[in-house]
Ligand binder design. Structure first.
Ligand SMILES: Nc1nc2c(c(=O)[nH]1)N[C@H]1C(S)=C(S)[C@@H](COP(=O)(O)O)O[C@H]1N2
Ligand SMILES: [Mo]
Length: 326
């Protein structure tokens, strides 16, 4: 077993009830979620957030050797915490706005454009992306730049497996991602709090790292809209803002792409955004964090370099000045 998963008290039972006991493999897991597999533009049934997804324990086991599981003894946050304390400015800047308003977003059909320095480019249906992969579970720490954290059992597949499909050329030094721009269903986009669409990016070696993960589910269930359905990125060693939601565009680039938060406030948010307790944000320390769900008197916990994934990822930044490239 990769992670020691604590027993959940019946009182805490949420959609997670069957989850911890169920380790079944199901190819084409989205079918189980009520998704008719179809090409771009074809009529597809929307999957309902919270319906069961299945994932591959075989694939999850293959990660055992890779991740030394810094969260081994940490209790995953509950479904309710993970789905009701969100950052998703397309639906408002309040932590409960996404849960309140993201339900109106239509996540099917969902098409994704792939462009730039790759042999295979064009428009693809979400199902074209997800179908070939066995989904797996990753219980990752998640650290927001605002100094709170959670432990979250995501379901998805390695980003590298997706990107390799497009055969990036040797000029592909970075990969950029855009969120959907649809102000009719994303009320926050009618307000210029950020430059829309939300954009993020990774250096190509970061993107190809086995810990970089594309997420379609949570707690073995279809990903709720407020957490970035139908497809969002999770980069567990970086601050949460790198983990872009509702992705509709992927571009391989030679130059470092502009990213939303680093453009909005370049002194506060860098392109790299690796979790680093020794580099404070200009307005607050990053040395400690508050685990969502802990009682108010609970002491804050130390933030770990690279969010606890240093053994796995520090090598990506060998020789780099991490104060300069924050
Ligand atoms: N498109 C988009 N992606 C986004 C954000 C956003 O506002 N818009 N917020 C980011 C931030 S700051 C955080 S902390 C995480 C929150 O993810 P969660 O709500 O699933 O915990 O999403 C990130 N991805
Ligand atoms: Mo964040």
């Amino acid at each position: 077993m990769r992670f020691r998963i604590p027993a959940i008290a019946p009182s805490e039972i949420t959609p997670s009830e069957t989850y911890f006991g169920r380790r079944a493999f199901l190819a084409g897991a989205l079918a189980a979620a009520g998704t008719a597999l179809g090409r771009a533009g074809a009529a597809v049934l929307p999957p309902r957030a919270g319906l069961p997804l299945a994932y591959s324990q075989d694939a999850a086991d293959s990660v055992d050797a890779l991740v030394h599981a810094p969260n081994q003894n940490e209790t995953p946050n509950t479904w309710d915490q993970i789905t009701h304390y969100n950052n998703y400015y397309e639906f408002g800047t309040g932590k409960t706005d996404p849960a309140a308003y993201a339900g109106q977003l239509q996540v099917r059909p969902w098409n994704i454009a792939v462009a730039g320095e790759a042999e295979v480019t064009g428009h693809f249906a979400l199902e074209d992306f997800v179908k070939p992969y066995a989904l797996e579970e990753r219980i990752y720490r998640f650290r927001c730049v605002e100094a709170w954290s959670m432990v979250i059992p995501w379901v998805g597949f390695p980003l590298a497996r997706l990107l390799q499909q497009f055969k990036p050329t040797s000029r592909a030094k970075y990969v950029a991602f855009d969120t959907l721009y649809r102000p009719g269903q994303m009320p926050g986009q009618r307000v210029p709090v950020l430059k829309w669409p939300y954009a993020e990016g990774l250096r190509i070696d970061e993107a190809m790292h086995p810990l970089a993960f594309m997420v379609v589910g949570l707690y073995g269930r279809v990903l709720p809209n407020q957490n970035g359905a139908p497809l969002r990125l999770i980069v567990p060693w970086k601050y949460g803002f790198k983990s872009i939601k509702a992705i509709v565009r992927i571009v391989f680039t030679e130059q470092q792409p502009p990213t939303t938060w680093s453009e909005a406030a370049p002194d506060e948010y860098g392109f790299y955004a690796n979790v680093n307790p020794s580099v404070p944000h200009p307005r607050w320390s990053q040395a400690t964090e508050r685990r969502i769900g802990n009682p108010f008197f609970h002491e804050r916990q130390d933030t770990l370099p690279f969010n606890g994934y240093a053994n796995e990822v520090a090598g990506l930044y060998a020789g780099m000045n991490l104060r300069r490239y924050f």
